[in-house]
Ligand binder design. Structure first.
Ligand code: NDP
Length: 246
């Protein structure tokens, strides 16, 4: 396996940590961003206890200038990005008739505009080097919509529109661009949902349980391999059968 440099945004979160671990264990040089120094230090120590040396760079994916600085820092610390996983994300749930502009903008900036902010500073370099893997972490709710998540569903659906356009523009440059759309995974984001609501969600999942972060990481890692070089513009749903559409 060729060792690559992988940047996973939101790598300190539930799904992100699993992706970071998976790619690092495969032998890649893995970088992620942080916003809070103390939280980053604690996370780095946990990784080191598992024998994984992960590089951390400061970066806010919702802020284009911060992302330019972040990519510059990645270049200086480990080199150009070969594998980019746009994973950082947030929710600010409420029904649309009660949604504030700020709730809309925060979610669109962090989930969708982040794809521009982070990918734009790495894409030209990937095109020059004629190799790249870009994976967006979207969501089941970007596929089917969700009560109380007009902002999140719009941003997550937009991420796949981004994927399929970028896939077309960059296919001849050895760059594949794909989306992974997880269903409900047992991370802080989902455990913050009230238990009775979670029980109703699980009841709708044919496999009968929430997903594990490692199951998402496995799919992301698959897209980053040499053998996946003919897969581009795909949207892989990983949701225990919860939604079986596109
Ligand atoms: P977590 O809340 O556990 O982690 C989110 C990560 O994103 C954290 O590392 C967080 O860092 C980072 N982050 C948030 N905002 C920013 C920002 N502005 N700049 C930089 N980093 C930021 O979420 P999950 O691991 O559950 O989710 C990961 C991705 O998977 C998200 O895109 C989410 O939408 C998607 N997803 C999750 C599902 C689930 O069931 N959990 C289902 C479907 C999709 P910090 O600590 O600094 O806040």
């Amino acid at each position: 396996m060729t060792q690559r440099t992988a940047l996973v945004t939101g790598g300190t979160g539930g799904i992100g940590t699993a992706i970071v671990r998976y790619l690092a264990k495969q032998g890649h040089k893995v970088v992620t961003n942080y916003r809070d120094e103390a939280k980053a230090d604690a996370w780095r120590k946990a990784m080191e206890q598992d024998g994984l040396a992960i590089t951390l760079v400061h970066g806010d994916v919702a802020d284009p200038t911060s992302c330019q600085n972040m990519i510059h820092a990645v270049h200086q610390k480990v080199g150009p990005v070969d594998i980019l996983v746009n994973n950082a994300g947030i929710t600010r749930d409420t029904t649309f008739h009660k949604m504030t502009y700020q709730q809309w903008m925060d979610v669109v900036n962090t989930n969708l505009n982040a794809c521009f902010n982070v990918t734009r500073p790495v894409i030209e370099d990937m095109r020059t080097r004629k190799w790249g893997r870009i994976v967006q972490i979207s969501s089941i709710n970007g596929q089917k919509g969700q009560y109380g998540q007009a902002n999140y569903a719009a941003a997550k659906a937009g991420m796949h529109g981004f994927t399929i356009s970028l896939a077309q523009e960059n296919a001849r440059f050895g760059i594949t661009v794909n989306t992974v759309s997880p269903g409900y995974v047992a991370t802080d984001m989902v455990m913050a949902v009230p238990e009775e609501v979670r029980e109703k969600i699980v009841a709708q999942i044919p496999v009968g349980r929430l997903g594990k972060p490692e199951e998402i990481a496995h799919a992301v890692a698959f897209f980053t391999t040499e053998d996946a070089s003919w897969i581009t513009g795909a949207n892989l749903a990983i949701n225990g059968g919860h939604y079986m559409g596109w």
